[in-house]
Design a binder for this molecule. Sequence first.
Ligand SMILES: O=P(O)(O)O[C@H]1O[C@H](CO)[C@@H](O)[C@H]1O
Ligand SMILES: O=c1cc[nH]c(=O)[nH]1
Length: 241
Amino acid sequence: MLTNLKVDPEQLPKRIIVCGDPKRAALIASKLTDYRSVGENREYHSYAGTWKGVEVAVVSHGVGSPGAAVCFEELAKGGAQVMIRVGTAGSYQKEITPGSLVISSSVARQDGLTSQLVPAGFPAVADRHVVEALAQAANKHEANLKVAEGITLTLDVFYNGVLEFPHKLYQKAGVLAVEMENSALFVICALRGVKAGSILAIDGYADADLLESYNPHTEEMAKAIEAEASIALDAVIQVEI
Ligand SMILES: O=P(O)(O)O[C@H]1O[C@H](CO)[C@@H](O)[C@H]1O
Ligand SMILES: O=c1cc[nH]c(=O)[nH]1
């Protein structure tokens, strides 16, 4: 039994969609045929079912890299071979508009978790086959969906304190968007031999005052999350394992 997930590895498919919000996990799982809960503990809600005839799991990992890392490590221990994160992120670039999607090809590691796992020079990169599968699945999705691909940032901070966020630097460097768990996903999957990728729905501009403006509960976001979920499910069954 996986200790924190409380999932029996025998019940865990090798192709897994991960996402922060347990309610999003339930929503994605509801798209599967014969979906069932295979475990529930803390923020970790796990489901299994089939997508187009292939066994897939959907697991929530909560907010922030440390808690998410526990989830990713246990999934790897449980036999995961592909993990795709279906997340949300704030945009750094004017043309990456709210409601659009970003496929993260690699991550700038500004989280505390991975710096306690690997040296500073260790890269956080998605598996190229997963990136390709996501790009192809996105291409086949509805024509007017905006999808970009590139470098994203993982931070630990969501609401600011007294220090400046590094937003302007990363914006200048061409980073597309910021979120809070991809660094942990890409590093842990690289260490454990799991193919990883991530697709993110953009919920606004990250350099706005989030305490005032953050609202991921809009119809536009529901549509974007629905689209990224279908794209990720199509991609996760395409990758060779
Ligand atoms: O929507 P999820 O997948 O949780 O991703 C983003 O949303 C949360 C912040 O609200 C953080 O977990 C961030 O990474
Ligand atoms: O980490 C996150 C997630 C969504 N939106 C943001 O601005 N930041």
